[in-house]
Design a protein around this ligand. Structure first.
Ligand SMILES: [Zn+2]
Length: 315
């Protein structure tokens, strides 16, 4: 689901990031609704409007300075249009979300890609404070990436630079991706790719994990802890792919800091598996690279949205 944030004028006038201890107060009111992303964003707008108005409990919208919208695809933040995404909310490319926000809430809208917002959120309010050159890899249903150079989120002519690193091809004869290619990092290891990885394993039908109702990283962890060889091999394959992704990002963008985030990072011991000995694979001219887990994996996009609206659409 795209994530929305409404920001008060009071916060806007503060002029600087609030203290970390004050941050949870920003999100005192929150609500999640089902995504149904394959059905398009248009059919979700009435429920989105209702959820926001319910949250406000009658509070006047005139007290807010804007609406921030995080999209799971490439966004032009100046024209406030969605440029590219596959399989999720594909209809949003044709939509005027700013017009919708003006009409429904009477407020300006600010749009950006979710992974870029997550990196901005961590840089300004989370584990990336004090760093300017950073990359982020978010492991969830898909894989998100973003890059910051000189303290600014990297921005190229079509807004794709740094944001499509999960579609760098890591296996020339690999699995079909949601994009037009095969063997993308995301197609080789991600939440949506996991069921296919397991089912294609020759030992799958003999493995206990084949009896699981849902083939996700939670069930994979359960069978890895039981030392199931199929589960262990598939996990190892995912770790190899993600380590390659981290190294690709480091060698492409020369960061001081790599931030790892996303629900899959809850997998027991994953951070260690992804980082152990990786310094030996980094070109020595890249100097030391720090690798951290996101401080607010659930909320870094919201922090980024706060920053986006406060800065009038620039991160
Ligand atoms: Zn792809």
């Amino acid at each position: 689901m795209p994530q929305f944030i409404l920001k008060t004028r009071q916060n806007m006038s503060a002029g600087r990031a609030p203290e970390i201890s004050a941050l949870p107060a920003l999100f005192m009111r929150r609500k999640s609704i089902p995504a149904y992303s394959e059905k398009g964003l248009g059919p979700r707008l009435p429920d989105t409007k209702k959820a926001v108005l319910d949250l406000l409990e009658g509070e006047e919208l005139s007290g807010f300075s804007g609406v921030g919208i995080a999209m799971p695809g490439i966004v032009d933040p100046e024209k406030k249009r969605v440029l590219g995404l596959y399989k999720k909310y594909e209809d949003s490319k044709e939509m005027d979300l700013e017009g919708w926000c003006r009409e429904v809430f009477g407020l300006p809208a600010f749009l950006e890609m979710d992974s870029k917002l997550a990196l901005a959120g961590e840089l300004h309010m989370g584990c990336g404070r004090g760093y300017e050159d950073a990359v982020m890899m978010i492991l969830g249903t898909g894989v998100g990436t973003a890059v910051s150079l000189g303290g600014k989120i990297l921005r190229s002519r079509n807004y794709t630079a740094g944001a499509l690193a999960s579609h760098i091809i890591v296996n020339l004869r690999g699995a079909a991706c949601t994009c037009p290619n095969r063997g993308c990092l995301e197609a080789e290891a991600s939440g949506w790719a996991l069921p296919g990885l397991l089912r294609r394993h020759p030992g799958f039908s003999e493995s206990g994990i084949s009896g699981e109702e849902k083939l996700d990283f939670r069930s994979l962890q359960k069978w890895v802890l039981r030392k199931d060889p199929v589960a262990e091999e598939v996990l190892l394959r995912c770790v190899e792919v993600w380590r390659a992704g981290i190294l690709n990002l480091i060698h492409a963008y020369d960061p001081q800091l790599v931030i790892l985030s996303g629900a899959v990072m809850n997998f027991q011991g994953l951070f260690q598996k992804l980082t152990e000995g990786i310094e030996r694979c980094i070109w020595d001219c890249c100097g030391p690279v720090v690798i951290k887990e996101a401080e607010y994996p659930e909320d870094s996009v919201l922090f980024g949205l706060y920053y986006l609206v406060r800065n009038g659409g620039v991160i």
